[in-house]
Ligand binder design. Structure first.
Ligand SMILES: *Cc1c(COP(=O)(O)O)cnc(C)c1O
Length: 397
């Protein structure tokens, strides 16, 4: 059984704060502070450019990728880290489309995160081959999979409601119709068990600043199924994905396997923070995380429904059909969330009316769930949210 008291001690959470937003930005792992300080002083400061070899900077994207692979059911050597998730979505989708020269439809759903859809639109323009982005309701995805579809591009957990797709079933159905799959694990990696190898997914991408606690703007990851890795065509053929970057050939040759999904120079300092953040997962069993997360979410739903009847549940009630977050709707959701944050209960808001609360067993327990509901009840019963400053929209919600 995972020791969640021990994992909690590995994070810095300010006194008086109940942090229910690890689904958007994980908190600072204590180990990341020392690690980044050492990377700056000893590696950059002391080793200067020699650090690319002596401090292992050049192999970091692959080394850190292997650590993430373990958390998402992927074999070693199938994941690399770098760039933002938007870029990784573009790369994965481009590679998937290249495998399907005779099909034109990219199938996604309205629960997908907008940047994934925007990147698909941009790629379609760039390719200029008449691809179509077909966006259906989440519950209609299965029926829309057919032999006209080139690529099924989905995010496993809906960022707004937490609804969880059945990745294994949809991948099986897609493959039976000859469809290549791209799964976005932004709200899955570190939140619930993922079995990329077992489901047979073709490509996957994900975030490291959410449940993996890599820090604001931490680099994303990309997985390429080993059966495709040697034939995948990289759309962003940067020198770090070249077979031999330091031979400085005038023309591109893809690197070995998933290495070809690297693009440019890796963000060494950000990778150091992420590498240290991944230490937290040593000794953590993802099945324990899942069981505890479902229990915490269930408790939150039960207490909120009993004490805050003005809120309407927006997440699936069945914990096995949900990620690691709970969302409620309220017309004044934004102002209510600002009032909560002002009182130390930090969640977030997603337009038009969703209050979103993430539950991360690594540092959240029943006491925080009960504490958060008590504050939520106060805010609603006393109408404490209805103050001008809580209605003023900030740039980031
Ligand atoms: C958080 C999230 C992103 C963010 O992309 P960035 O390029 O890192 O800003 C993209 N897709 C999904 C599904 C997300 O949840």
């Amino acid at each position: 059984m995972t020791d969640f008291q021990a994992t909690r001690a590995r994070f810095r959470i300010p006194d008086g704060v109940i942090y229910l937003d690890g689904n958007s930005l994980g908190p600072l792992p204590v180990a990341a502070e020392d690690r980044v300080a050492r990377t700056l002083a000893v590696e950059w400061g002391g080793q200067l450019i020699r650090g690319w070899n002596s401090a292992g900077w050049m192999v970091q994207p692959r080394v850190v990728g292997d650590r993430i692979a373990r958390l998402i059911g992927a074999p070693a050597g199938s994941v690399v880290v770098g760039d933002t998730l938007s870029i990784k979505v573009y790369q994965a989708l481009a590679a998937a489309l290249a495998m399907q020269p005779d099909r034109r439809v990219i199938l996604s759903d309205s629960g997908n995160f907008p940047t994934d859809l925007y990147m698909a639109e941009g790629l379609i323009e760039t390719l200029g081959r008449g691809h179509i982005l077909k966006v259906v309701a989440p519950e209609e995805v299965e029926a829309a999979i057919g032999e006209d579809v080139a690529v099924l591009m989905l995010t496993e957990v809906d960022y707004r409601t937490g609804r969880l797709h059945d990745m294994a079933a949809l991948t099986t159905k897609a493959h039976a119709a000859g469809v290549v799959t791209v799964w976005d694990l932004a709200h899955s990696a570190g939140a619930l068990p993922v079995d990329l190898a077992g489901t047979g997914a073709d490509f996957a991408v994900g975030c490291t600043y959410k449940y993996l606690n890599g820090g604001p703007g931490a680099p994303a990851f990309i997985y390429v199924a080993p059966r495709h890795a040697q034939t995948t065509q990289p759309a962003l053929s940067g020198w770090m994905g070249h077979e031999a970057p330091f031979s400085f050939d005038p023309s591109y040759r893809p690197g070995e396997g998933v290495e070809r999904m690297r693009v440019g120079t890796p963000p060494v300092i950000a990778l150091a923070a992420l590498d240290a953040a991944l230490d937290v997962w040593d000794g953590v069993d993802m099945a324990d995380v899942r069981r505890t997360s479902i229990a915490l979410c269930d408790l939150f739903i039960e207490l909120v429904e009993a004490r805050c009847p003005a809120l309407e549940l927006a997440s699936p009630r069945d914990g096995t059909r949900r990620g690691s977050q709970v969302s409620f709707r309220h017309r004044h959701g934004y102002a209510i969330m600002q009032a909560l944050i002002d009182r130390g209960v930090i969640g977030d808001f997603r337009a038009p009316d969703i209050l979103r609360f993430g539950f991360t067993p690594l540092y959240i327990g029943e006491a925080e769930v009960c504490g958060a509901v008590a504050v939520l009840k106060q805010v609603l019963d006393g109408g404490l949210w209805d103050r001008p400053e809580y209605h003023r929209k900030a740039a980031v919600t």
